[in-house]
Write a protein that binds this ligand. Structure first.
Ligand code: CA
Length: 387
């Protein structure tokens, strides 16, 4: 008994000495005077102070699309005990709204928050990073990105621009926009000057629309001045804020070109590679949180906004089915043509199309069954819009 007690005491002493040595080592390491070349860099890196700038494509006043950038910056700072600071700049403060990718690529800023389809002029395949007409809804876009190989096939495109990308926000299905005149048939689209971004503009051009790419903060003026006849932006919450109902009466749905458009956190690949691994993970986690949160924010805020818009006199109209079918036909013709123009489109489109068709197969069953029954029931009497 005596012997075993002695052994236990010896073991306790040895452990205490080891703990003491370890504490001493850590204290010295933290002070940057560790003798070991192996442990020191890891500790020093975890405490590195990093200051980045983020350029957003959106104005602060649009607090739903602007929100992910703010959330990412705040969360990354919190996770790193304030060591990694990202300063967020609204559209136009550092670079114009539609030049965020360029600014990230050339290192003017380390990162940016934007809609990839703003850059279809560089390569049409950027559209897959946001949404392609008659494509995926928000759920399916997420499924493609996180689990369906979407992020991987797109990474090759981003690599050409020296960019690493994380999806960071989704609006959900959008509205089809504001029109001065009613759209009764495809003939009503002929010659219509419309603000619409990305590949959707090219689809609409095939059926006679004259598409214009205008940043979010500038649409109202263009519609008011009559530079354009129609404009689409997002959905009730933003559209109500921007006051479009004052300058166009007809509010159409759905945006068949944006069933679930995704936003992106684009990061200069060289700058990203310089980050400690833990900071890279902080960005990944914060971006994923922003992706979920932005969609939730829209779903909650759109409800009251839609009530206000209708109360203000806007006339809600579904696009006629014949118009949607003509646009769908034009869209898939365009997709075959784009494969001749872009090697990235040629590479990504077939895998995207297969993914879409598989998702449609599944969504036709439970999701559609649920939605179709739920929304075909009589709606409860609407509550008055909140002031
Ligand atoms: Ca839109």
């Amino acid at each position: 008994m005596k012997q075993s007690a002695r052994k236990a005491a010896q073991a306790a002493t040895t452990a205490a000495i080891a703990r003491q040595q370890r504490r001493r080592f850590l204290t010295r390491a933290a002070a940057g005077i560790a003798g070991s070349a192996v442990a020191a860099p890891a500790i020093a890196q975890a405490q590195a102070s990093v200051q980045w700038r983020l350029a957003s494509s959106f104005p602060k006043s649009l607090d739903t699309v602007f929100y992910p950038a703010d959330l990412i910056a705040r969360r990354v700072s919190e996770i790193t005990d304030g060591k990694f600071q990202i300063r967020v700049f609204a559209a136009g403060e550092v670079v114009p709204a539609l030049q965020v990718l360029d600014a990230v690529q050339n290192g003017t800023v380390e990162c940016g928050h934007t809609a990839p389809y703003y850059y279809v002029g560089k390569d049409p395949a950027f559209a897959f990073g946001t949404n392609v007409p008659f494509g995926l809804n928000a759920r399916q876009q997420n499924a493609w990105w996180y689990e369906g190989g979407g992020r991987d096939v797109m990474a090759e495109l981003y690599k050409d621009y020296g960019v690493v990308e994380f999806n960071a926000g989704n609006t959900g299905a959008q509205m089809g926009g504001w029109y001065r005149k009613e759209i009764r048939s495809i003939a009503d689209l002929k010659g219509l000057k419309m603000r619409i971004a990305g590949i959707a503009g090219q689809v609409l051009a095939k059926v006679g629309v004259v598409p214009q790419q205008i940043a979010g903060g500038e649409i109202y003026q263009a519609l008011e001045r009559g530079t354009i006849d129609a404009a689409e932006w997002v959905g009730p919450y933003d559209d109500e804020k921007l006051g479009f109902s004052k300058v166009a009466r007809y509010y159409y749905y759905p945006a068949w070109w944006e069933g679930g458009p995704q936003l992106s956190l684009m990061i200069n690949a060289k700058k990203f590679a310089e980050l400690p691994k833990s900071y890279q993970s902080a960005i990944a986690a914060a971006a994923a949180e922003s992706n979920v949160h932005m969609l939730a924010r829209y779903d909650v805020r759109n409800t009251d906004a839609l009530r206000k818009i209708v109360a203000a006199g806007a006339l809600l109209r579904p696009f006629p089915r014949a118009v949607m079918e003509a646009c769908e036909k034009a869209a898939f013709e365009l997709y075959d043509e784009l494969a001749q123009k872009s090697k990235h489109w040629a590479r990504i489109y077939p895998v995207w199309k297969k993914f879409r068709d598989d998702q449609y197969l599944w969504f036709r069953v439970a999701e559609f069954g649920f939605d179709n029954f739920a929304y075909s029931r009589p709606a409860p009497k609407p509550a008055p819009a909140k002031k």
